[in-house]
Design a protein around this ligand. Structure first.
Ligand code: NAP
Length: 243
């Protein structure tokens, strides 16, 4: 049977592209969404035109009960989970002194708790078959930090720590855990930037362009095919940050 992959936040942006590219590689994709139902259905329909069937599943990945339902659905239908892509995330542009406890909960729960809880729920299945691939979609800001995005940077730095620690814990179970840290990628998340700001950012990037979702999906494909890489935070940012 083909591999089975859950992609969180697959209705839009990077997650949508990852879901598409995995499905086109004969991987059985379960594309999670929360609010963007129409977009999720359009993804399913787009792939149906290519004779590819995917499942779409609504779940708020900040809620343990909804995550459990998603995982139970996959286990019942496919009996196994080979790949988990913790992609869903949100960002916020705000002075640190203006952040509230509600902002903290919203960002940390969506970007970090979700990866913690999703991973916990799928792990018994992966450990049982002694094989698995977990990919966390982190961010450049989790490595170098971003002004006006302190909570976001905290959430992604936490994700990087989780990636490294879990890779050590799960290595003996033949489960690889890696993260991809994108720079600026053209999605709705960056609608907050004006054309002038985007132009300025491009000037700081050695490869002189903003990334696209396919740049990230290609790395996901590679990480799935590879079998000796674990605990790595892979920067894909056109050389914007070279450490
Ligand atoms: P996006 O276009 O805004 O899409 C975000 C996705 O996350 C949507 O599909 C959304 O689903 C989903 N999502 C948000 N909250 C959710 C929840 N509670 N439950 C389930 N799904 C939820 O963002 P993107 O740019 O593709 O970002 C994807 C990932 O890449 C994020 O983790 C982001 O931090 C990271 N990243 C992005 C960039 C960038 O420049 N774009 C750079 C570095 C890292 P619904 O709309 O259906 O709710």
């Amino acid at each position: 049977m083909e591999k089975v992959a859950i992609v969180t936040g697959a209705s839009r942006g990077i997650g949508r592209q990852i879901a598409k590219e995995l499905a086109r590689k004969q991987i059985q994709v379960i594309a999670n969404y929360n609010n963007s139902e129409e977009a999720a259905y359009s993804l399913k329909q787009e792939l149906e035109k290519e004779n590819i069937e995917i499942d779409i599943f609504k779940a708020d990945i900040t809620k343990r009960e909804e995550i459990k339902k998603l995982v139970q659905f996959v286990e019942k239908k496919y009996k196994k989970i080979d790949i988990l892509i913790n992609n869903a995330g949100i960002s916020e542009y705000k002075m640190f002194t203006e952040e509230t406890d509600e902002d903290w909960s919203k960002i940390i729960n969506t970007n970090l708790y979700s990866a913690f809880a999703m991973t916990q729920e799928i792990l018994p299945n992966m450990i049982h078959k002694k094989e698995g691939c977990i990919i966390n979609i982190s961010s450049i800001w989790g490595i170098v930090g971003a002004s006006l995005e302190v909570l976001y940077s905290i959430s992604k730095a936490g994700m990087n720590g989780m990636t490294k620690a879990l890779a050590k814990e799960l290595g003996p179970s033949n489960i690889r855990v890696n993260a991809i840290a994108p720079g600026i990628i053209e999605t709705q998340m960056n609608n907050k930037f004006s054309q002038e700001e985007i132009k300025q950012i491009k000037e700081e990037i050695p490869l002189e362009r903003i990334g696209n979702s396919s740049d990230i999906a290609k790395c996901v494909n590679w990480l799935i095919e590879d079998n000796y890489t674990t605990g790595q935070i892979i920067s894909i940012n056109g050389g914007w940050s070279i450490t």
